[in-house]
Design a protein around this ligand. Structure first.
Ligand code: GSH
Length: 241
């Protein structure tokens, strides 16, 4: 049995973390049975979610989890792609995970109104007295990570310009295709779905979301992926229309 350690669903998204959503989507694509546990953050081997426990073996980080699933269960999430397409898929995946992510994170955590409406509310789930301490500590930690990565050192409008450039590139590449690499979903779609859904999330009022919304194909794509893998998330699944 596989246990996926997650934060939990919120903001109309499958999980607050796009990396958790990526892994859950991969599990769904592979039709593997799994359970979700939202109580594992304190034991996260790398201090981050997601990680999984697969019959006693712990694997942390969404990419290592993907590689583990591919190896152990004989899956190739990029089946049908040639080497050049695999290279492009990897480049887009890492652009979203290691670049766009930080622009979205900045909008959610640094902007006061977005923090109060989003993560501030999410932390209400934590029992007292931790609820009084965790939000402030977590926010400080995320701001430090933004500085460490470098994205957080830019001005707000520079961060938006960088994030927008990545979303524009992804939208141009998706163009009119049903999925990022063609007619069928591949590994990149798990990441693209998670990150586009996060960028488009209506709860967060940001120029980056406005930029994402200008691409009708991104929104329709998120709806298509949600309809296929998260039909219970009716709000985002409706975006396919
Ligand atoms: N490279 C990791 C990134 C995971 C990640 O950044 N997780 C974030 C949530 S989106 C996290 O757990 N952050 C907690 C923290 O930094 O304290 C992966 O691919 O799984």
């Amino acid at each position: 049995m596989i246990t996926l350690y997650a934060f939990g669903s919120a903001f109309g998204l499958p999980d607050v973390s796009p990396f958790v959503t990526k892994v859950e989507t991969l599990l769904k694509m592979a039709a593997l049975e799994y359970a979700v546990d939202t109580k594992g953050f304190n034991k996260a081997p790398k201090g981050k979610l997601p990680y999984i426990d697969d019959n006693g073996k712990t694997i942390a980080d969404s990419t290592f989890i993907r590689w583990h699933l591919e190896k152990k269960y004989g899956i190739d999430f990029d089946k049908g792609l040639d080497d050049e397409q695999r290279a492009v898929a990897w480049a887009f995946e890492k652009m979203l995970e290691d670049h766009t992510y930080w622009a979205v994170l900045h909008a959610r955590w640094v902007n006061d109104a977005n923090f109060d409406a989003g993560m501030g509310q999410f932390f209400e789930r934590i029992p007292l007295p931790m609820r009084l301490i965790v939000p402030r500590l977590a926010r400080r930690q995320i701001k430090a990570e933004l500085q460490g990565h470098g994205m957080g050192r830019h001005k707000q409008e520079e961060i938006v310009a960088l994030g927008k450039r990545s979303l524009d590139a992804a939208a141009a590449f998706l163009a009119g295709k049903p999925y990022m690499m063609g007619d069928e979903p591949t590994g990149l779609d798990a990441t693209a779905f998670a990150f586009f859904a996060g960028a488009l999330c209506p709860l967060f009022v940001t120029p980056l979301r406005d930029a994402a919304q200008r691409h009708a194909n991104l929104k329709a794509y998120v709806g298509r992926m949600a309809g296929r893998y998260y039909p219970d998330h009716t709000e985002i699944a409706r975006w396919a229309a």
